[in-house]
Design a protein around this ligand. Structure first.
Ligand SMILES: NC(=O)C1=CN([C@@H]2O[C@H](COP(=O)(O)OP(=O)(O)OC[C@H]3O[C@@H](n4cnc5c(N)ncnc54)[C@H](O)[C@@H]3O)[C@@H](O)[C@H]2O)[C@@H](O)CC1
Ligand SMILES: [K+]
Length: 512
């Protein structure tokens, strides 16, 4: 799905109003109708009416959606309290219009009285709350009455539907400014925003409904949207030619492992095989080799010189380079461990290997203080798959809470593809485009899951897919396998090995 920025939404609304003559109150009425529909869904039908609803409205147009929604709920037979949180003098023109229509329907826009015990008691019996405090206009942290209203919504056990965005969530980043509503559902308009997926916003949004409010299709289609979500329909694996042979599906190389981390390269190699790689060669330190060889029937492990701690030693560089040169793409990192010799080998390979490299785990850590090695590979292709800690060691800045901005900035500055792993993994490219992942669950937050992802990216790149196709698809499939495991084994008990076993079923559903 395409993602719009707050600025693009404003331009789109203005274009519809000014260029196409669509009245702004009409857009607001349609937004409110979608909001009321979801509010009534959340309220349910069990029990006897009339049902109660509380609408918390700000003074801007987000508040206008809420006031119009209050009227629609009233007309549907609800008992409604419509509460203005903010100053009446600052109501926008459309919100005033909606206030007048509410009054004509027999309702009233009340001023918020945080200490009103009667109101608090009335709210206890509500079936649904509507959060229409702030939408795309939010620009400073919540405070005062807005903060109190958010607290009331979040501490009640009553389901909340948010208009456009959970109030407190910044549209383009998903950052929480001060505090944010935890919505059961969010009804957004025309196109989703990044804040519905990334950062804390992705957690606050609840079920996302994207409502068409009548902005002309051609205006929406003409928007350039560099940010997109990846959905099931976007994941299409090429059908294999009937006369294909293993050479058609990539010779890939994997460098990893150390004493203490024997499982990581094995998981990555198994994942690469399970994702369709033609030939998987695996370089591991000599002491790890017997273990890798015993575990990997379908890949080709070979021993490399090791130091006395059981990690790759400097001499491994030349040998690995030789093996690697006959391959189309390589993955460096799973289980390599931390050591100066090993890090030097990683940097040597990055400097000398003239092929695309996927860098994970300790392969990424080898760049700490040596980011110039990455910069020097601009013409080749490098995919980095850090989690937050590894990203910070590379100089990535997550301190402001803007994961998407930080990922895009890093990808652009260093000319690489950056996969920032976590809830809603972000795949950012140097041209400013990014893909937001929609699969996965906390059951995947276990050592070994990242190794599986590395192997999957390696395999898809090896099969000739472009990075733009391969990387977001691998991330989506990895999460989808995780979701299947969570269904079968639960988030606690599922393992990275289960992910690999779930891959055939998931992949099979996405072959063209
Ligand atoms: N024609 C349109 O433009 C449409 C707009 N719609 C709604 O309008 C919303 C945007 O409306 P607005 O641009 O009026 O913006 P908001 O209603 O989101 O915010 C209103 C104003 O609050 C102020 N503000 C920001 N952060 C604050 C804070 N922390 N504390 C106190 N005040 C703060 C700002 O001055 C901002 O302009 C959308 O999110 C959507 O819900 C929809 O009705 C669809 C049509
Ligand atoms: K809102």
């Amino acid at each position: 799905m395409r993602i719009a920025s707050a600025q693009q939404m404003r331009q789109l609304d203005q274009a519809a109003i000014r260029e196409r003559g669509i009245p702004s109150d009409q857009l607001m009425e349609r937004a409110a109708a979608a909001l009321a529909e979801t509010a009534m869904d959340l309220a349910g039908t069990a029990g006897s009416g009339p049902f109660r609803a509380v609408c918390f409205c700000g003074g801007g147009n987000n508040g206008g959606d809420g006031v119009a929604c209050a009227r629609l709920l009233l007309e549907a037979g609800y008992e409604v309290r419509c509460i203005l949180v903010g100053s009446r003098e600052k109501l926008t023109a459309d919100t005033r219009t909606m206030e007048a229509r509410l009054a004509a329907a027999g309702g009233r826009l009340e001023c918020f009285a945080p200490d009103d015990a009667e109101f608090a008691a009335w709210c206890l019996e509500a079936r649904v709350m509507v959060d229409a405090l702030f939408g795309i206009g939010l620009n400073t942290p919540l405070r005062g009455d807005a903060l109190t209203a958010v607290h009331m919504m979040n501490t009640s056990a009553i389901p909340v539907v948010s208009a456009d965005l959970p109030s407190g969530v910044e549209a383009d980043t998903g950052r929480v400014l001060g505090a944010a509503v935890q919505a059961a559902a969010t009804v957004t308009f025309t196109l989703p925003k990044a804040g519905h997926f990334v950062g804390k916003g992705g957690v606050c949004t609840g079920k996302l409904v994207v409502a068409d409010i009548g902005i002309p299709r051609e205006l929406v289609d003409a928007l350039e949207c560099p940010i997109r979500t990846v959905e099931a329909a976007d994941v299409i694996l090429p059908r294999r030619a009937r006369d294909a042979h293993k050479g058609d599906f990539g010779k890939v190389y994997l460098l990893g492992g150390s004493v203490g981390y024997t499982g990581a390269p094995v998981l990555a190699a198994q994942a690469a095989v399970r994702t369709g790689a033609g030939l998987v060669t695996v370089g591991v330190p000599a002491p790890v080799w017997p273990i890798a060889a015993a575990k990997l029937d379908e890949a080709m492990p070979h021993p490399l010189p090791a130091d006395k701690e059981g990690r790759l030693s400097l001499e491994a560089g030349a040998l690995a380079l030789e093996k690697l040169c006959s391959c189309g793409v390589c993955l460096i990192g799973p289980g390599l461990g931390r050591g100066n010799g090993t890090y030097a080998v990683v940097r040597q390979l990055l400097r000398e290997a003239r092929l695309p490299v996927v860098l994970d785990a300790d392969g990424i850590n080898a760049l700490e203080g040596h980011i110039d090695v990455l910069d020097a590979r601009q013409g080749l292709f490098t995919v980095l798959t850090p989690h937050d800690g590894e990203f910070a060691r590379l100089g990535g800045d997550l301190s402001g809470g803007d994961r998407l901005g930080a990922a895009l900035d890093f990808a652009r500055r260093h000319g690489c593809c950056l996969v920032l792993k976590g809830h809603c993994t972000i795949t950012a490219f140097p041209d400013g485009s990014a893909f937001l992942n929609t699969t996965g669950n906390p059951g995947m937050a276990k050592g070994g899951s990242g190794d599986v992802l590395g192997g999957m990216i390696l395999a898809l790149l090896g099969q000739g897919l472009s990075a733009r196709q391969a990387v977001p698809m691998a991330v989506w499939l990895h999460g989808a396998a995780g979701d299947r495991c969570a269904e079968a084994a639960g988030e606690y008990g599922m393992t990275p090995g289960d992910l690999i076993r779930a891959l055939p079923g998931v992949l099979n559903e996405h072959v063209n």
